[in-house]
Structures are given as C-alpha cells and as structure tokens.
Design a protein around this ligand. Structure first.
Ligand code: ADE
Ligand code: ZN
Length: 324
C-alpha cells in the first residue's frame, strides 16, 4: 500500500509554504541570518510541536517564519518542498504563501514572491512539477491590511491565480473580507478560503455565498449541516482536507474518527493534502497513508482522492486531461 500511495500521481492543493520549514532548515537559516532562536536544538524544536488547537500552532508557526529573511531563504524553502513533493510523485501543486507574515516584519513583498516564484519555475523545468501560487490573507488582521496586501500583489497578478484566507478562524468569519475578495475577483483572481476547520458550517456557507470560492480549505465541519453536504455534492465544490493537521490540531480526537472517508463516499470532491507538513508529522504521502490505515481506505478510494486532486485544481481542462 505504501508504494501504491507513493506512486499514485497526485496534486497537492493545500500547502502553506511557511509550513514546510523543517527544524533543520530553521537552524540553518537562523545561523545564516544571525537570528537567535528560543530553542537549543532540533529535538527541542520538535518537542515544542505539541498543539492543543489551531492558535497554539499558529503562534509557533509565525515565530518559526521569522528566520525567513532573504529571497534566497524563500527559494531554498520552496525548493526543499518541491524535491520532497517530487519524491512522492506530486505532479502539480497549488501553494499558499502568507505575505503579511513577512511584510509585517519589514520584509518586502517582492522578496517573498521572487524567492518562491523562482523555485516554482525551477520545479517545472527541473522536476516536471507544475505549480500555482495562492496569496493567502491573514484573517485575524483587518480587511484594510488585506486590501493593502492585494495592492502589493497586483504587479504579479498574472502569476498568482488565486487568493485565499487563513490563520485564526474562530471570530474571523469570511464576511469580514467580502469587499477584499470582490476586489480580488474584479482583478481576475480566483478565490478559496479556509472554512469549517475549527469554525462552524455557517463560515463555509459565507465562503461560498460571499467570497464565491472555487473550493473550501478543510471544510470538515460541513458534516454538521446536511443541507450544506447536499450543496457541496450537487455543485461539486471541492474540500482540501488535511488529515494529519486535523488530528494534530485536535479537530478530531484520532485519525480513526476522521470523516474523510464519509465525505468521499457521500460524493463530495474530497482531496488529501498536507497543510503544514513539517509541523504535523508528514507530507502528502504520509497523509494518504495515515488516513488509509486508520480508515481502511481501499485502492479505489485512494485513486478517487488522487483523481479529485487534479479535478479540483486550477489546471486547464487540457492539462487535467493529460494528468488524470
Ligand atoms: N496557516 C497555516 N496553516 C493553517 C491552518 N491549518 N489553518 C489556518 N491557517 C493556517
Ligand atoms: Zn491550511
């Protein structure tokens, strides 16, 4: 099964590039940039990855990101992820980046963008992995700050097909960003949003009805609303599910309790993704594997999940046809 999963051609649609920062690279970049870390060793960093909920993770994730300073740092981070993805037969990625996490520390938007984008270009030519970038707004910051970030992205909009919404969900509903997303759509961006990870099903409805999203990131709490489930099936609005993340952040008590298999078998276009792999104990293949063994997923179900990942992507119909 492990080989079947690794060899299955896959697309990764929910991956925060800052969440791929392995502790080893955190130390390397801290040294390179003369930054003091609050940890003495790699194992001390890993020991700190003991989360009680989304916020407890975000605190550590934003702190870790501070070692990212120069364009080369963003390039190295992204390249390391792409090499890992290639080793697990990921053929296409749609990668979130959180510019506000860096611009708030005085790093230029361009520095962040150029480092990531150059690596993605090299990923295409050297590894054969195609990529799309998704600019994600931090929902615990204001709509005005999101607007300012959107403005910074406009010169690069031809290479950033979509915008998204992440960070602390509870108390920061999608409706807070309706005007920003309206503007982004007017500028030609597609939209996605984290919703129904910790937040209620109403946030998923808002993401669909107000932000006009093409897919929902996480969305596992849709299970609490039968009408919403019917809608997701009927409209084939995909969910980018992240099994290891959900267990690590206590959205589910254990992988055996995860609702991925139920969602899939209801006819929802569910996909499997790694969210923040260096923090949650595994990349995409480990996510498929953990879900497979806990939920007894069949090869047919694994194949369907992988097929859904291409179907749910922003690839053109011709590219999808070639990859599926
Ligand atoms: N930022 C990085 N990972 C996230 C997640 N799982 N939910 C919300 N914001 C995030
Ligand atoms: Zn996420």
């Amino acid at each position: 099964m492990e080989k079947f999963i690794r060899d299955l051609p896959k697309a990764e649609l929910h991956l925060h590039i800052e969440g791929t920062l392995e502790p080893e690279m955190m130390f390397e970049l801290a040294q390179r940039n003369n930054i003091d870390l609050p940890y003495k060793s790699v194992s001390e960093v890993r020991d700190a990855y003991n989360f009680t909920d989304l916020q407890s993770f975000l605190d550590i994730y934003y702190q870790g990101s501070e070692v990212l300073q120069k364009e080369q740092d963003f390039y190295d981070l992204t390249w390391a992820y792409l090499e890992k993805a290639a080793s697990q037969n990921v053929r296409h990625t749609e990668i979130f980046f959180d510019p506000q996490c860096h611009t708030s520390r005085g790093i230029a938007f361009e520095t962040v963008y150029q480092g990531i984008y150059q690596a993605l270009q090299d990923g295409q030519t050297k590894l054969g992995i195609s990529s799309n970038l998704i600019l994600s707004f931090l929902r615990d910051l204001s709509a005005e700050e999101a607007f300012a970030t959107l403005e910074q992205a406009l010169p690069y909009k031809d290479t950033i097909p979509a915008v998204g919404l992440d960070s602390a969900e509870q108390g920061n509903p999608p409706s807070k960003f309706k005007e920003v997303f309206d503007r982004a759509q007017a500028e030609g961006f597609l939209t996605v949003a984290h919703a129904g990870e910790e937040g209620p099903p109403e946030y998923i409805w808002e993401a669909i009805n107000l932000l006009k999203v093409s897919r929902i990131d996480h969305g596992v709490r849709s299970m609490e609303d039968p009408e919403l489930l019917d809608y997701l099936v009927d409209k084939q609005i995909p969910l980018t599910v992240c099994p290891l993340s959900n267990v690590e952040l206590k959205v589910f008590d254990s992988m055996a309790k995860h609702n991925l298999k139920k969602l899939l078998n209801l006819g929802i276009c569910a996909t499997v993704n790694s969210d923040d792999p260096s923090y949650f104990g595994g990349y995409i293949a480990e996510n498929y594997q953990a879900a497979q063994s806990a939920l007894d997923l069949t090869k047919q179900e694994l194949y369907q999940l992988a097929k859904n990942s291409f179907q749910a992507s922003f690839l053109s119909p011709e590219s999808k046809h070639k990859l599926i």
